[in-house]
Design a protein around this ligand. Structure first.
Ligand code: ADP
Length: 493
């Protein structure tokens, strides 16, 4: 279908114009040549007629008999006999004498003679067929002398040879025109094919992509815009395949993450049920309930993270920004992880500063960011490690740094870890969306989340948040992300 339409457009836009131009050039050339040849014939007749008229004027002073005899001699013994026929027309309008000796029995079409009689210069012209059907050019010139028996001299030249030459040129020019059109069609069809074939390939590959087969790739055949399109489509397929892979990893790691606490909860509930009425120690009961409690919390946290992520994807993540004390939220997050750090044998160092300027932000979301970052610091550190949290204020920004001495991140992974679903370290639990959510929340606070890391040495995550310059007077604001990492819609309360 596509082939037909591109070809049709090409025929309409290009070929028709070329054909029109060639037809105009050929037709005007033929017309010009015809004019050139016919004018040549006419000029040669005119010059011969001038000579004859000159002679007739010279002899017109002689007496009638002598004039007519001289006239007859001039016509019958013309030295141009072979090239043109000269005839004399008598006063009744009939051909009375002929240089060829041919006696005209049939009346000729002599519109040139009639025109000559009417014309002030005494000349008339005719181009057309004679009684024999031969193409001729005829010129009639009236005889001025009153002594003459004849009223006009008529010069007739056959145009058959001229027309033969013109026909030869016409055929030659038309053939040249057809050859040019043929070449244009040939090169045009090559050109169209060079566009249509790759486009077809692109279409076939796109159709495969649509059915979920991302293995198809297009072979680049040229280095032009179409080649570039092939490259882009191949690149797009690579990216989609890669993100498919990341998504599959995400699903499997999330499923795994959900299964672990569920297994623990199920195991302990069964144990507790079997303890019922058996009079077993109360300590086991407490232990079991604690595991159930912490694993449920872990599940809730994960589900919350997933929900936030899906809200962000749908542009429905809502922030309630107020004038807030960032140290209170950070202190709470540190408190949550104090017990776990102790259990894991990791030193959690936090020296709370006296005071920092208030921030205009969403308390719970920012606490969530701190929890995410501290959780990562502990998660990717081993026993004996150290996590140091520090806060400072500089140039209108509060800077919160969480530095650990954990496994670190490889330089090639560092630029990607803020991307959704990306996990640089597959050995630890996690969904790969914590940093993506944290980065988005900080971005919505006009802040910045920076990560520096050295593989094997540790990681430092720095959160920069602008201080509230407008002070206490600022009203609470509710903002909703309209599109993930794209824009923010604000509503003042
Ligand atoms: P996850 O839930 O997998 O931890 P995140 O989005 O929080 O997902 O982090 C993305 C990836 O960044 C992690 O899989 C991990 O490889 C890397 N990462 C984040 N924080 C740290 C850290 N403190 N030390 C080492 N690697 C880290």
């Amino acid at each position: 279908m596509a082939v037909r339409s591109i070809t049709q457009r090409w025929i309409f836009n290009t070929l028709s114009v070329i054909v029109l131009v060639i037809v105009i050039i050929v037709a005007s050339s033929i017309y010009g040549l015809r004019n050139f040849y016919y004018t040549g014939v006419r000029q040669s007749i005119d010059s011969r007629a001038n000579v004859v008229t000159g002679i007739l004027i010279r002899i017109s002073d002689d007496n009638t008999i002598a004039f007519n005899a001289e006239f007859r001699n001039l016509i019958e013994n013309s030295d141009e006999k072979s090239r043109m026929e000269i005839t004399a027309i008598d006063r009744s309008g009939r051909i009375a004498l002929s240089s060829s000796g041919f006696s005209y029995t049939q009346q000729e079409n002599m519109s040139d003679y009639e025109d000559a009689l009417k014309s002030p210069n005494g000349r008339g012209y005719y181009v057309g067929k004679n009684v024999m059907g031969e193409k001729i050019m005829a010129v009639s010139v009236t005889v001025e002398s009153s002594a003459a028996e004849y009223s006009a001299v008529r010069y007739v030249v056959s145009l058959e040879n001229v027309d033969r030459v013109l026909l030869f040129y016409t055929l030659g020019l038309s053939a040249a025109g057809l050859v040019i059109i043929g070449l244009v069609v040939l090169s045009g069809s090559f050109f169209i094919r060079s566009i249509v074939n790759p486009v077809r390939e692109v279409g076939a590959a796109a159709r495969k992509f649509a059915t979920g087969d991302m293995s198809a790739r297009i072979v680049k055949k040229s280095d032009d815009e179409l080649g570039e399109l092939c490259d882009i489509i191949n690149y797009m397929a690579d990216e989609i395949s890669a993100s498919e892979e990341v998504k599959n990893d995400f699903i499997s790691s999330v499923s795994h993450e959900l299964r672990t606490p569920l297994t623990a909860i199920k195991g302990w509930s069964e144990t507790l049920l079997s303890l019922e009425g058996s009079g077993e120690e109360r300590s086991n009961l407490t232990k079991g309930l604690r595991v159930i409690d912490s694993e449920t919390e872990r599940l809730t946290g994960m589900v919350e993270e997933l929900l936030d992520f899906s809200r962000m994807q749908n542009g429905r993540l809502t922030l309630v920004k107020t004038n807030m004390d960032i140290l209170a939220e950070l202190g709470e997050a540190v408190l949550i992880y104090g017990e776990r750090a102790r259990r894991d044998g990791i030193e959690l160092a936090y020296e709370e500063p006296e005071m920092v300027s208030p921030i205009f932000g969403d308390k719970s979301r920012l606490r969530q960011v701190f929890i995410n970052v501290i959780d990562n610091a502990l998660k990717y550190s081993s026993q004996g490690g150290r996590v140091e949290i520090s806060v400072s204020e500089e140039e209108g920004f509060v800077q919160i740094a969480v530095a650990d001495t954990g496994c670190g991140i490889a330089p090639e992974d560092l630029p990607k870890i803020k991307t959704k679903f990306y996990k640089a370290n597959q050995t630890r639990r996690g969904s790969g969306i914590g940093l993506a959510v944290a980065d988005e929340i900080i971005r919505l606070h006009e802040g910045e989340l920076q990560i520096e890391s050295q593989l094997g040495a540790g990681t430092r995550v720095t959160i920069l948040l602008p201080v509230n310059r407008r002070g206490e007077t600022r009203k609470t604001e509710i903002s909703t992300t309209m599109e993930f990492s794209m824009s923010e819609e604000k509503k003042e309360l």
